[in-house]
Write a protein that binds this ligand. Sequence first.
Ligand code: ADP
Ligand code: MG
Length: 248
Amino acid sequence: MEKAMVEVQHVTMDFRRDCNRTTHLKEFAVNLLTGRHHIEKFRALDDVTLTVPQGCVMGLIGPNGAGKSTLLKVISGIYRPSGGQALVHGSLVPMLELGSGFDADLTGRENILLNGAILGYSKAFLLPKVEQIIDYSELRDFIDMPLKTYSSGMLARLAFSIASVVEPDVLIVDEILSVGDEHFQRKSRARMLELMKGSSRAVIFVSHNLQQLREMCDRVIWLDHGRIRMQGAAGEVCDAYEREAAAT
Ligand SMILES: Nc1ncnc2c1ncn2[C@@H]1O[C@H](COP(=O)(O)OP(=O)(O)O)[C@@H](O)[C@H]1O
Ligand SMILES: [Mg+2]
């Protein structure tokens, strides 16, 4: 049997939502004292179980708010689930929503080291790779400028370049490939496929581009309201998702 790289077992994630959100301290205090203030539990993930085997490219689809980013954050260890557990076997690089793991006031070059450190790589490991990362990103002309001057596409390039150079066992990508321009999208797609050839690896990525999912994924999971609606061969799940989108 193939080795599992990621195992998500009955994961539930509850967020607390402040229902009578107020910016006034006095109002807040009154609500609190009169018992009118209550915090509602919101279930972003509900009993999610899945396995990503070695060599698998797993796609994740679902409408906004379905829980895709939350699931990736649980797998990445950024969120501790309210119930269940997520196990990762091997090193993991998460490329989450833009901005996480970067500092806008630092330069691109400094952010490579910062982001690498957040991902758990030592300076000794990263320093020799910095030039390679800069070359890969094709951002050399901008690399000593603060990140706040970068466009979202440039940020995506930098994030992907760091992740792709460190060659993780498990690569997690949240909607980031759809941000760059056509050229970089093609390049990052090719790099992801190359990373897959290592066959010891696994990839999970979120995309709203069904064609990209069909092309790149072995399997796809459809999340809806925090629950797995369907999982299976990429083509089948994309067909079903498309049918529903057309019907509603
Ligand atoms: N830190 C948080 N606190 C409270 N609610 C959150 C938090 N993160 C996400 N949510 C809520 O959880 C639900 C799922 O969000 P998310 O995982 O970002 O969805 P998706 O990535 O599929 O669009 C949304 O309703 C969102 O508002
Ligand atoms: Mg998201």
